[in-house]
Design a protein around this ligand. Structure first.
Ligand SMILES: [Zn+2]
Length: 307
């Protein structure tokens, strides 16, 4: 079954450790070999700028990561194709894998819409407004102040709307979340789980999940152990609990996956690298129909891609 994964930090890991090979490095969760072996169809690659990069260097670092994405992923693996539209995804050949470039947190653009539009031209198709802390656009979920969007942040969301770009609410403060639901046209939560099941601030409340469903947004269940279970150890059945819960809220057609592979060090037992999607698929098929599982794995994100 073909897979659409809405979030990984592989490009960030390759920037951090330039010797890592995308082909088959055992220090990467997502590799070309892994994608091929586990029937990947579309993988989102996030540009995430670590907190310790000086503000004036953040845009340069974003460009360095985009260069890695183009040179070390797309150019070296010609079967990996940049995709920026549904048409691109539909035209992928059997042996090709689509790659979507995404931004995780607007720190890199400072307060410049020109920089944002430049990133669109370089292929960015989804914009997460924040990581965990504050930037010129909004407060992240761990910023104590808990503010929503700045005036500039609202302009960013409108710019996303105008360019058919996803606005990603994962990591965003709760106030910011509700403001995006108000003014955003193409909203997703790329990698977030249910707070009702696991009480982590990064997870979404039932009210937030219901609002995403109401907005016809997709939500990527993520494989971050701290977001899956209140216990230190977790396995695939914990992922299923979150899916069951979103279904109980009416979200069966809104569930997808955003693994956060390469953004995590501790992994779910039995789901510790891309290849392990195969076990998740087998488990899902015990509880859900073929059509439902196809929706979780691919269709629910695909059909909401804005262009
Ligand atoms: Zn993240």
């Amino acid at each position: 079954m073909r897979i659409f994964d809405a979030h990984c930090d592989t490009v960030f890991r390759m920037w951090e450790e330039p010797h890592l090979s995308f082909k088959d490095s055992t220090d990467l969760h997502v590799t070309w070999d892994g994608l091929k072996n586990a029937d990947a169809r579309v993988q989102c690659f996030a540009i995430y700028i670590p907190e310790n990069v000086r503000p004036e260097s953040k845009f340069d670092v974003a460009l360095e990561m985009i260069d890695i994405f183009y040179r070390d992923i797309l150019q070296r693996f010609p079967k990996m194709k940049l995709v920026t539209s549904k048409r691109d995804m539909l035209h992928l050949k059997e042996d090709e894998v689509g790659a979507i470039l995404t931004l995780e947190g607007c720190d890199a653009i400072g307060n410049s819409l020109e920089r944002l539009r430049t990133l669109f031209r370089l292929g960015v198709s989804s914009v997460g407004l924040t990581w965990n802390y504050a930037n010129a656009v909004a407060d992240g979920i761990l910023e104590e102040r808990g503010a929503g969007l700045s005036s500039f942040g609202k302009q960013v969301v409108l710019e996303n709307n105008d360019h058919f770009i996803w606005t990603d609410v994962s990591h965003l403060s709760e106030k910011g979340f509700w403001e995006v639901l108000d003014i955003g046209r193409y909203v997703i939560a790329s990698h977030s789980n249910c707070k009702k099941i696991c009480h982590n601030p990064r997870n979404l409340t039932d009210e937030q999940i219901k609002a995403l469903i109401e907005k016809d947004a997709a939500m990527g269940v993520t494989f971050v152990p701290q977001f899956l279970s209140n216990n230190p150890e977790c396995n695939i059945s914990d992922v299923i609990r979150h899916i069951d819960h979103i279904c109980s809220l009416g979200g069966i057609d809104h569930i997808g996956f955003g693994s956060d592979f390469d953004g995590i060090t501790k992994t779910v037992s039995g789901l510790s690298r891309y290849e392990d999607y195969a076990s998740l698929v087998n488990t899902l098929l015990k509880y859900y129909s073929n059509t439902e599982v196809e929706g979780f794995l691919y269709g629910n994100f695909f059909k909401r891609f804005p262009k």
